[in-house]
Design a protein around this ligand. Structure first.
Ligand SMILES: Nc1ncnc2c1ncn2[C@@H]1O[C@H](COP(=O)(O)OP(=O)(O)OP(=O)(O)O)[C@@H](O)[C@H]1O
Ligand SMILES: [Mg+2]
Length: 238
């Protein structure tokens, strides 16, 4: 399995605060990788660091074999990395269509906007019926689907998803996870998934990492970690 994205001994944080301590992580190409761990472990910080939105002190980030450690965020987006942030970050007073258009903000993405919308609808067909609806009036599940669809508008090779299932009812979570699987299977998009639903995300993921207090404490295939007694105990996964 070749890595599309990797972090090598990354130490990073905010201003004077160091949050990630020598984190190494491999995200294999065209697979789903899960990153789980308790609140405050540094999962969001890891995703922000991949986007170049934190203060990196040591270590390197590689994307398709290139060192992107010093690139600004917009260049990382142009190269094909897209972050769907925690809390979705939609514009509530804009329509579904307008939110999607905003997702295609790089020059390359603007040229492919119609094709990209059709791709997004192939994964989230419900959005097509709601194009003129204000994003603020969508249900929680629909809003999350729009957030991911908007991320697809930049035509990413790697999608970083920060707790997409937050606040959603179990049946909607299942639907969302199926959509994530579909965009991985059918569009070949590599996924790094941060989740609180540990069991479901480990079932979905080829590879998985457990982070605690800014360090990776366990890694392995999703199925292996699911079977690990210490993980079961820590995360009450049965
Ligand atoms: N802008 C910031 N400035 C200083 N510290 C921050 C900042 N953002 C986050 N932190 C701290 O970094 C640590 C890790 O936070 P992070 O959001 O990465 O955790 P997380 O694993 O995503 O948690 P959760 O599951 O609650 O989302 C926390 O102690 C948090 O308070
Ligand atoms: Mg978080």
């Amino acid at each position: 399995m070749s890595s599309e994205l990797s972090l090598a001994n990354v130490t990073a944080g905010y201003g004077e605060f160091v949050i990630l301590h020598s984190v190494s992580l491999e995200v294999p190409q065209k697979k789903i990788t899960a990153l789980v761990g308790p609140n405050g472990a540094g999962k969001t910080t890891t995703l922000k660091t991949i986007m170049g939105m934190t203060r990196l002190r040591e270590g390197n980030i590689l994307f398709e074999g290139e060192d992107i450690t010093k690139l600004p965020t917009y260049r990382r987006v142009e190269l094909g990395i897209s972050l769907i942030p925690e809390g979705r970050g939609l514009f509530p007073s804009l329509t579904v269509r307008e939110n999607l258009v905003i997702g295609a903000y790089t020059k390359k993405a603007r040229e492919k906007i119609h094709e990209s919308m059709e791709i997004a609808f192939s994964i989230f067909p419900k959005l097509k019926q709601r194009l003129e609806q204000k994003a603020g009036t969508l249900s929680g599940g629909e809003a999350q689907m729009l957030a991911i669809a908007r991320g697809l508008m930049s035509r990413p090779k790697v999608l970083l998803l920060d707790e997409p299932s937050q606040g959603l009812a179990p049946v909607v979570v299942m639907e969302l996870f199926q959509a994530i699987k579909k965009l991985n299977d059918e569009l070949g998009i590599t996924v790094l998934l941060v989740e609180q639903h540990v069991k479901e995300s480990l079932e979905l993921a080829e590879m998985a990492y457990v982070m605690e207090q800014g360090s990776i404490v366990m890694k392995g295939r999703g199925s292996e970690l699911l079977a690990d007694p210490s993980l079961k105990k820590a995360y009450l996964v049965y």
